[in-house]
Design a protein around this ligand. Structure first.
Ligand SMILES: Nc1ncnc2c1ncn2[C@@H]1O[C@H](COP(=O)(O)OP(=O)(O)OP(=O)(O)O)[C@@H](O)[C@H]1O
Length: 367
């Protein structure tokens, strides 16, 4: 065994403990090397090389079986400097070479303007760019919207700020990809993220979002196709992969996110996972097999009359949010809309709500 390998429970954040040297046992896959980890997804005791192989092969299988790319695609990798997108950059580079996908890869980072968080993580992305030799584009909220998240939080406070950030980031990634002349975007959303989103939409009775949140590709409505090669990849395995490969990533949580509703869904999922690890994939498979009534389909998409971005109303969410920020009304409108949403929830009359007006949108934390 590699003597750098931990032999006791380690600091691999939130990850399955690396087990002690396991007596005379051999890796359950190759039967040659000593196992160094218990696979969170399957419980198998395997060696490091077999772990790399199964991890990468499963992602390759997800890519191929879902036809995520075709030769010549220009693919922008949403790169935040965090573990998921750093592993995504590593694995996309590796698989593109190994299986000759014929893709042009780019790193695309959105600088939300969060001092002490995004500025540090962007330094990580810059180092990744050197390492992977992939062109990098950094685009900021300040350039696009003339607001940083620091300024937005100063204006509206901590409640509801994730909504602004999520809406702006979604659009910023599209705009950055257009600048890079990319025709596809990939993000590091993993199986845990998707299972959390399913739970959140279920708990909120948000049927339109519930039916599309397990799609591996979104954007067919008019934005650039955006896919999630890690749809079936466990977060714990991503952390282990980054750890064993000694990847350079930034591991601090967003300083503005601790109150987000998603955190409750995450905690709930972690509790369930501790009892039954397959719960993550089971939730995704369940949601893939839901059947929805026709009237719950997402509204028809059109272009925002102000900025031209794809949306489901006359004006897109980003323009709507910006109008409130620029007029100094964002905080007032946010609190009115949150109260209205609470009332809607109390009246239990939003389970079939198909509209995407601001009142509905303001309580959605985008993932
Ligand atoms: N500022 C950003 N710039 C570019 N892409 C981003 C940015 N923030 C998030 N993404 C993309 O969205 C995915 C999910 O982002 P999320 O905020 O959930 O972070 P995460 O789960 O901690 O992922 P990561 O570990 O990559 O930061 C990321 O893996 C990345 O591909």
């Amino acid at each position: 065994m590699d003597n750098t390998t931990p032999t006791t429970t380690t600091n691999v954040e939130n990850s399955t403990p690396i087990k002690k040297k396991s007596g005379g046992k051999l890796c359950e896959l190759c039967n040659v090397a000593r196992p160094v980890l218990k696979r969170p997804k399957t419980g198998q005791m395997i060696c490091k090389e077999c772990f790399y192989t199964v991890f990468e092969d499963e992602i390759h299988h997800t890519i191929v079986s879902n036809n995520l790319f075709k030769r010549g695609d220009r693919v922008a990798i949403g790169a935040s400097g965090g573990k998921d997108s750093t592993v995504l950059a590593e694995v996309m580079t590796l698989l593109n070479k190994k299986y000759d996908y014929g893709l042009d890869l780019f790193l695309l980072s959105i600088d939300e303007g969060i001092t002490g968080y995004r500025d540090d993580s962007l330094e990580t992305v810059k180092r990744n760019q050197q390492q992977y030799q992939i062109p990098l584009k950094i685009l900021s909220y300040k350039e696009l919207y003339n607001w940083t998240m620091d300024e937005i939080v100063k204006e509206i406070g901590l409640k509801g700020n994730c909504t602004f950030c999520g809406v702006f980031r979604r659009q910023a990634l599209d705009r950055g990809a257009v600048i890079l002349k990319a025709n596809k975007i990939v993000t590091g959303h993993n199986a845990d993220d998707i299972a959390e989103t399913v739970l959140m939409n279920l708990l909120r009775g948000d049927i339109p979002r519930l039916q599309r949140c397990v799609n591996i590709v979104t954007g067919s409505e008019g934005a650039l196709p955006r896919s999630k090669p890690f749809k079936y990849t466990y977060q714990k395995e991503i952390v282990m992969y980054a750890y064993f490969k000694k990847l350079d990533y930034f591991s601090t949580e967003c300083i503005y996110a601790p109150n987000a509703y998603r955190g409750h869904a995450r905690d709930f999922l972690k509790d369930l996972e501790a009892i039954r690890p397959s719960v993550i994939i089971d939730i995704i498979h369940s949601a893939e097999n839901f059947h929805f009534r026709e009237e719950n389909k997402m509204p028809v998409q059109r272009n925002c009359i102000q900025c031209g971005y794809i949306c489901s109303n006359d004006v897109c969410m980003a323009c709507d949010l910006l109008k409130n920020l620029n007029s100094g009304l964002a905080k007032v409108k946010l609190s009115i809309n949150l109260k209205r949403k609470d009332k809607d929830n109390n009246n239990n009359n939003n389970s079939n709500n198909n509209n995407t007006t601001l009142s509905n949108q303001l309580v959605i934390e985008q993932k």
